[in-house]
Design a protein around this ligand. Structure first.
Ligand code: ZN
Length: 309
């Protein structure tokens, strides 16, 4: 271990690439590399392990590991498939024991969660939701994910929330069938990067700002936010992910549509103030995802230190 702070390892396992790094804090990342997420999990995970081990020989032993993975994943600790990526559509990755593979390789305290929950934790610790016990983090990218923090804790039931697949009121006059393989016009089927590409025939970041598709996208996202506001009463909603990053003007459209949709209901002071302070971009920008893995590693380290205290 270098210095007084524990050296942590982080892995953000994404559908196309994995970002691996070691460091002690967001402003102290010592090494970082991106590994493509191939169709053979064994090869991808071995490359990650080899890289982290090479860094360990240079920088010292890792104190804990955090894995923020694309999903769906099994987070039920009693389950026989705990730590697995489960029913993903990604070829080769169905029911892969990601957490088990990495835990066996390093034998250090490890925390495993979804990339969305990780990013929510990171935003709470270092980003746009510092000091807030109740907030929501949304990612709008290839898919749509929601991490909910209530009373200082992430929300889990039998699994992590999957609000990206909720069905919402459709924009009047819009009858495009939607792109979700399971639900067609759920929010992810209407507003994810995948849906936007299916609808326009081009990657979301290339769709012009004046395309009518953005109206449908903003509407679906505002409907999802309407539900989140009513369900968990967050003090702030962070809107991240690749689609929102490439189209920052989406934020103001979603804010306006949310206010319109709520129609004066709820006396939440955050909604009465400038709504630009209520629906915000991630404080960590595009680092919210990888820093999620760091936040998870930090949690793993803390829980073990507490147990030994
Ligand atoms: Zn769906």
């Amino acid at each position: 271990m270098t210095g007084s702070k524990p050296l942590l390892g982080g892995i953000e396992l994404g559908g196309t690439k994995c970002i691996c790094f070691i460091g002690t804090a967001p402003d102290d990342i010592r090494e970082q590399v991106s590994v493509p997420t191939g169709s053979d999990p064994e090869t991808t995970l071995s490359r990650i392990v080899d890289q982290l081990k090479a860094w360990q020989s240079l920088h010292g032993r890792l104190a804990a590991l955090g894995i923020a993975s694309f999903g769906p994943v099994d987070l039920a600790t009693q389950s026989s498939t705990y730590g697995f990526i489960t029913s993903t559509a990604k070829p080769g990755w169905r029911f892969v024991d990601v957490a088990g593979h990495l835990t066996r390789a390093f034998k250090v305290p490890t925390s495993f969660d979804t990339d969305v929950n990780g990013a929510a934790l990171a935003e709470g610790r270092w980003g746009a939701a510092r000091e807030l016990a109740d907030f929501a983090y949304l990612t709008v990218g290839t898919g749509i994910g929601v991490g909910l923090v209530v009373n200082g804790n992430l929300v889990y039931g039998f699994s992590h929330p999957e609000l990206g697949h909720a069905r919402m009121a459709r924009l009047a006059g819009d009858d495009w069938p939607g792109a979700c393989a399971l639900h067609r016009d759920c929010v992810e089927g209407l507003a994810s990067g995948t849906a936007i590409a299916a609808r326009t025939g081009m990657p979301a970041e290339q769709v012009p700002a004046d395309s009518p598709v953005w109206q449908a996208v903003a509407h679906a996202l505002a409907q999802l936010l309407h539900t989140i506001v009513l369900a968990t009463a967050p003090r702030r909603i962070i809107l991240g992910g690749g689609v929102t990053q490439s189209r920052p003007e989406l934020l103001s459209r979603v804010r306006a549509l949310l206010l319109q949709s709520l129609n004066g209901y709820l006396a939440l002071e955050e909604l009465a103030g400038p709504i630009a302070h209520y629906i915000v971009a991630p404080g960590l920008g595009s680092l919210a995802g990888p820093m999620g893995a760091l936040a998870l590693a930090s949690n793993a380290y803390r829980s073990v230190s507490r147990a030994h205290a």
